[in-house]
Design a protein around this ligand. Structure first.
Ligand SMILES: *Cc1c(COP(=O)(O)O)cnc(C)c1O
Length: 345
């Protein structure tokens, strides 16, 4: 049996030799005491890259978003977010359970943005009956909107409106560097009008673990306390931070290859009548199933040696990443051709 081509997510990537060497050689200390020089260096790098005062290394994107929710709000506050956002769809209800906020999901447009009218209409005026609408969260690239890269002008418009309406603004930038590469716009520029931004090292940047939450110094101080409360205070964690430093120095520009591979994959799959595939903007390929059952296609692809995930009732998702070469895409398309031939619809 051939080794499967794993396109389930960019989180499945394996650290390469050079990254592992950086991890092996990392100088470490107890980070809860602030003693880990490698973590301190990564946090300083991240803050600088994102144009914020300070940064905090956290275990995951989910933890970064949860800490952001906790640190920006009071229990009982209302948070405006996109209905298709990762925070609303895939974070186990942590906003309600742990941050004790009420989320108000607004329609995402196809490009991942939230309409300015919808934002403005959902901010509640001060009233004894009403919760305080204190936070707006945005997402870029937008995962469920097909990895769409939201340009700076749209980011600015949403965030500036949020501020005018008295909210803080957090950006879930799990794949912000994919947006930065696709739009040829620095990540700091995309996040410029947002108070805080989180991004994942463990996705397109190819690290085994970790995310960074960036923002003003006083916010990050509070976030550090909240991280400790959640059990996220880690000790000689420079072994993981070293991977992050390696990735920020070496793995950003190469994301363009993932986008080219995703485009080739989408074009190849889009040739079949059974599928509708929009041209991807970044590394996420959404396959709308127009003939047959998504679950059956998933099994047929897996049987042929291509792994994807279900993405809602009528869709599959494939994601390119650092371990997928242009040759792998050719092989994946050959295998998919075989699966299509073998699957009567
Ligand atoms: C993956 C992802 C996260 C969460 O990251 P984890 O490290 O898996 O917890 C948050 N937001 C978006 C948009 C994501 O795609």
């Amino acid at each position: 049996m051939n080794k499967p081509i794993d396109l389930r997510s960019d989180t499945v990537s394996q650290p390469g030799d050079a990254m592992r060497r950086a991890m092996y050689e990392a100088e470490v200390g107890d980070d809860v005491f602030g003693d880990d020089p490698t973590v301190n260096r990564l946090e300083a790098m991240a803050a600088e890259l994102l144009g914020k005062e300070a940064a905090l290394f956290v275990a995951s994107g989910t933890m970064g978003n949860l800490i952001a929710l906790m640190s920006h709000t009071k229990p009982g506050d209302e948070v405006l977010l996109g209905r298709e956002s990762h925070i609303f769809q895939y974070e186990v209800g942590g906003a309600a359970r742990i941050a004790n906020v009420m989320v108000n999901p607004l329609e995402n447009r196809e490009d991942g943005t939230i309409g300015l009218d919808a934002i403005a209409a959902n901010v509640r005026p001060p009233n004894i009956h009403a919760p305080v609408t204190s936070l707006l969260t945005l997402e870029n690239t937008h995962n469920r909107c097909g990895g769409s890269a939201i340009p700076a002008a749209d980011m600015d418009a949403m965030a500036q409106l949020g501020h005018r309406k008295g909210m803080r603004v957090h950006l879930d930038g799990a794949r912000l560097f994919n947006a930065a590469v696709a739009l040829e716009t620095p990540a700091a520029r995309l996040a410029a009008e947002c108070d805080t931004v989180s991004f994942c090292l463990s996705k397109g940047l190819g690290c085994p673990v970790g995310s960074l939450l960036c923002g003003p110094s006083d916010f990050i101080e509070l976030a550090r306390r909240n991280r400790k409360m959640l059990g996220g205070g880690m000790r000689q964690v420079g072994v993981l931070a070293a991977a992050g430093i390696y990735a920020l120095e070496n793995n950003v520009a190469r994301i363009a290859d993932d986008h080219a591979n995703a485009a080739a994959l989408a074009a190849g799959i889009g040739k079949y009548d059974a599928f509708h595939v929009a041209a991807p903007q970044t590394n996420i390929v959404i396959i709308d199933i127009v003939k047959g059952e998504p679950a059956a296609w998933l099994r047929a692809f897996e049987h042929a040696g291509v792994l994807a995930v279900g993405f809602g009732p009528t869709r599959l998702r494939m994601v390119t990443h650092i371990n997928i070469t242009a040759e792998d895409i050719e092989t994946a398309l050959e295998r998919i051709a075989g699966a299509v031939e073998a699957t009567p619809v």
